[in-house]
Write a protein that binds this ligand. Structure first.
Ligand code: SAM
Length: 127
């Protein structure tokens, strides 16, 4: 079984942030995950928030096909899913740009939390 190393490293720190903003007992919460890849994170988070409705998404249909046809913590293509820091096509890396985009959509950047390996978790709140 191949599990993306970065996804494994980040899953607990991201979950800790989510736990500060979401109530695990609340029903009716709907969560959209953008860029779910093989779905490793969303599967982990769904266990911690079993009452929430999780909607994974990805620009790459192959990731969604893989996630729905297999266990969501596996990936059959290591070049696509195990080394996200080599792939310049993945992710938005300029936080100032994200802040501007958020403001243009009525979302205020409230907090930035450091994750392992230079990743960041950004909290936006609707204004
Ligand atoms: C590092 S992987 C995500 C890993 C995922 N969080 C997990 O748990 O396995 C990055 C993903 O971002 C997706 N992606 C890149 N640009 C995107 C975009 N503009 N919209 C949606 N997904 C995008 C890629 O297809 C890739 O699957």
């Amino acid at each position: 079984m191949l599990v993306a190393a970065a996804a494994e490293r980040n899953k607990v720190p991201i979950l800790r942030v989510l736990q500060q903003y979401m109530d695990p007992d609340q029903r009716g919460l709907r969560v959209l995950e953008v860029a779910s890849g093989a779905g490793y994170h969303v599967a982990h988070f769904a266990q911690a928030f079993p009452h929430a409705e999780w909607q994974p998404s990805d620009v790459d249909q192959r990731c969604l096909d893989r996630g729905s046809s297999k266990q969501q913590d596996t990936c059959s293509n290591p070049k696509r899913c195990s080394s996200p820091t080599g792939n310049p096509e993945w992710g938005l890396r300029d936080t100032a740009l994200l802040e501007d985009l958020g403001q243009a959509s009525g979302l205020l950047l409230e907090r930035m939390v450091d994750m392992p390996a230079n990743n960041k978790c950004l909290i936006f709140r609707k204004q």
